[in-house]
Ligand binder design. Structure first.
Ligand code: GLN
Length: 312
């Protein structure tokens, strides 16, 4: 896309941040400046990366990955255990409840968590990783993220991690509920520690575009031609992103925007448009379900402009 056209779309959508609010329940996230909108587009056909931001360098700004971490951790768990080894512990159904709801499990008396992208499922998936404790699992997650995001500078944001851990009582409830009901049999505090850490890794929009491009490219990193995950895992993850990537807003989003996407409450969006584009967006103000308001508007407009809605 012409740089000036992309910039015009950012100008058009920037102010939508006013309709959202930074995540308040993790205090460190509430402190981030909401007046930021950055995008990175990885065009697979041209093997080219394009960035744009208001302020100008917003695509390079580092922010907490939050729930987008559920994608690389799921891919690593599949690499470790195979597809059946993962999906015998977690289902793949969409949710009409919030990402940290307990109600769905209670109402439906579920045997397994709904899907890997709600917190119940993500906690179970983290526990499936090889590694005997939180430190070992998190060290592996960080190494894998560096590879899959093509970024050696990825680090843990200690402030966000302490903030998450200190205020993570709902996630503790979810984990103890699963354990108490025989849904899961892990070491609650140890697994929550590596779950809080996976959510607190700092990334930027370029990293997210790289992961999107790798998924769009069937699991092969387009920057070096190396296969990082199987084609089947890449396909499955894209399907899950479409049906569950934006929690209880996934249906509406898929109808309006039409590209597999995963969001995080840090304000990130990561999209994979099969065979065509990886897209990373950052804008911290989110709506009630937990998705970046200006980010979704911008994604909608970019998808329309490039004519890449997968259903169109
Ligand atoms: N760390 C956050 C939590 O567990 C991630 C949630 C999200 O991004 N939706 O509540």
């Amino acid at each position: 896309m012409k740089q000036s056209d992309l910039h015009d779309l950012l100008i058009k959508d920037f102010d939508y941040y006013k309709e959202g609010k930074n995540a308040q329940y993790i205090p460190a996230l509430s402190q981030v400046d909401p007046k930021q909108l950055g995008i990175a587009l990885y065009n697979l056909q041209a093997n080219e990366l394009q960035t744009c931001g208001i302020p100008e360098k917003s695509a390079n700004v580092r922010f907490a990955i939050e729930s987008i971490s559920k994608v690389p951790v799921l891919l690593l768990a599949i690499n470790d255990n195979g597809l059946d080894g993962v999906f015998s512990h977690v289902d793949a159904e969409p949710t009409g409840f919030s990402f940290n709801s307990l109600l769905n499990m209670q109402i439906e008396q579920r045997k397994y968590p709904l899907n890997p992208f709600v917190n119940q499922g993500a906690i179970v998936v983290n526990s499936l990783l090889k590694g005997k404790n939180s430190d070992e699992r998190f060290a592996r997650i960080l190494d894998f993220m560096k590879e899959i995001f093509n970024d050696n500078d990825i680090t843990l944001n200690e402030e966000v991690y302490h903030s998450e851990s200190k205020t993570g009582d709902i996630n503790r409830s979810i984990a103890y509920y699963m354990k108490g009901n025989g849904i899961w049999n892990g070491d609650v505090e140890d697994v929550l520690d590596s779950y809080f850490k996976q959510c607190s890794v700092n990334v930027n929009a370029i990293d997210l575009a790289n992961l999107g491009a790798l998924l769009a490219n069937g699991g092969v990193a387009p920057w070096n031609g190396k296969r990082i995950v199987s084609e089947e895992s890449a396909t499955i993850v894209k399907s899950l992103m479409l049906t569950a990537g934006l929690y209880d807003e996934s249906g509406d989003f898929s109808m309006r925007v039409g590209v597999p996407t995963k969001s995080g409450v840090g304000g990130g969006l990561m999209s994979a448009v099969p065979g065509k584009y990886g897209i990373g967006i950052f804008s911290p103000a989110i709506d009630k379900p937990g998705n970046s308001v200006a980010g979704m508007k911008l994604l909608h407009d970019v998808v329309q402009e490039l004519n890449i809605d997968i259903f169109a």
